[in-house]
Design a protein around this ligand. Structure first.
Ligand code: SF4
Length: 424
């Protein structure tokens, strides 16, 4: 019997899909690399925005017809949407046979021996100990070091669908990262909703970085996501001290206005955030900063929004993931009365995107003429004589090369730039 996984949402889900592949392979299933060959289609889903859920429902509706040709075919929904929507996915005529929440993947093989079923209980201690994720043949790896989140930002569904914060066994992480390096994945990203609060016995996150930095088989270490309220001086120092930790941090700001940050329950002020940027830039010259921003959060006035634009101009992020606020049922902000009209959210979002594109283009263009070091990840989509990869400061670069360069570090000089790619 063969399974095929389609993954939506963040890198956490990519990592969970690798975990699920490992569980199913151990149970005797085979992995199908084309959906046509599958006896079981798994959708690993995201609930962060309504749009993400709508996309998956559309995909399931599209694949349902396969059941007419193959009545034995089963469809399973995993991940955040399974957790959030639960039983309703089985009740309605969605064509879904199994619904499995984020802490119940170990139950999958047993569940699949039944006709239909659901497992969505939270297990607030589940860290999937000792399991071997299947990283495939990619050149970069994502290693989960934490699961869940305790922060309850008022707009965010994650604590409601991923449960409470828990850290993965320190030794398991070291073993996993070393194995990734041994298997040719030399660029490793550590994953967690809030990696800054990693804790395993005496090991906090800076100590974890210092230990992982000793692993010879990897070239580069990255991590996402950091919460500004938990970014310690110890972490800034560890980033500066560890030669494998890349000069990049993703530090979600969300808003430049203190009243909005308070309503978001972010637990820091814009002044605190500016202070962190100053410390990071002082300790790690040329560090690149990326962020997440929300336009049109409930109660955001035009003056609040202008403060976000001011912060963007002052900090000059290398890149920003900009979103309009999306109501998620079950979160605190969903019941706030002062919702910003959709048209206003959209126009603020566009203004944000335009400003960031300008800044990003300036940042990328400033690299023209510089020699950069690229970790080659794949062949370029446009030419077989070119390869694509990332710089240490998380910029995509395209350079001359071929398949044999994948998984290696290459030096190249930047000839030109767009607001997304360095061309060498
Ligand atoms: S820190 Fe806030 S935004 Fe990030 S996952 Fe947790 S609740 Fe969501």
């Amino acid at each position: 019997m063969k399974f095929y996984i389609e993954t939506y949402g963040c890198q956490m889900n990519v990592s969970d899909s690798e975990l699920v592949s490992g569980i199913l392979l151990n149970a005797g299933w085979e992995q199908a690399f084309a959906i046509d060959d599958a006896d079981l289609i798994l959708f690993n889903t995201c609930s962060v925005r309504q749009h993400a859920e709508d996309r998956v429902l559309g995909r399931i509706a599209n694949e349902k017809h396969r059941k007419m040709q193959n009545p034995e075919l089963k469809i399973a929904v995993l991940g955040c949407m399974a957790q959030r929507v639960g039983k309703r996915l089985l009740e309605k005529d969605f064509g879904v046979d199994f619904v499995v929440g984020v802490d119940q993947y170990l139950q999958l093989p047993e569940l699949l021996s039944q006709e239909r079923g659901m497992e969505t209980e939270f297990d607030h201690f589940q860290i999937y100990p000792g399991l071997k994720p299947v990283h495939g043949d990619q050149s970069c790896a994502f290693v989960t070091i934490m699961r869940g989140c305790d922060n309850f930002c008022s707009y965010c569904i994650v604590p409601h669908v991923r449960g409470r914060e828990r850290s993965v066994d320190f030794e398991q992480i070291v073993e996993e990262v070393a194995k990734c390096g041994d298997n040719g994945m030399k660029d490793v990203t550590l994953l967690g909703q809030n990696v800054n609060s990693y804790r395993w016995g005496d090991y906090n996150f800076p100590r974890l970085l210092l230990e992982l930095n000793k692993i010879d088989s990897i070239y580069r270490l990255r991590f996402v996501t950091s919460h500004p309220k938990d970014l310690s001086d110890g972490l800034v120092q560890a980033m500066a001290d560890c030669d494998k930790v890349c000069e990049h941090i993703h530090l979600p700001l969300q808003s430049g206005s203190n009243p909005v940050l308070k309503a978001m329950n972010r637990k820091y002020t814009i002044e605190h955030y500016f202070g962190l940027v100053e410390k990071l830039r002082a300790a790690i010259p040329n560090i690149s900063l990326t962020t997440d921003l929300i336009a049109g959060f409930p109660g955001e006035t035009h003056a609040d929004f202008e403060l976000t634009l001011d912060a963007m101009r002052e900090i000059r992020f290398d890149y920003a993931f900009c979103f309009k606020y999306s109501e998620r049922e079950g979160t605190a902000a969903c019941s706030f009365e002062n919702q910003v009209p959709e048209t206003e959210r959209l126009s603020r979002l566009q203004e944000m995107i335009d400003l960031q594109r300008e800044i990003t283009l300036e940042k990328f263009s400033a690299q023209v003429g510089n020699e950069i070091e690229v970790y080659v990840e794949s062949l370029s989509k446009k030419s077989v004589h070119q390869v694509s990869g990332k710089t240490r400061d998380y910029k995509i670069a395209v350079l001359d090369g071929d398949e044999s360069d994948i998984g290696t570090l290459k030096k190249a000089r930047v000839k030109s730039a767009t607001a997304g790619t360095l061309i060498c």
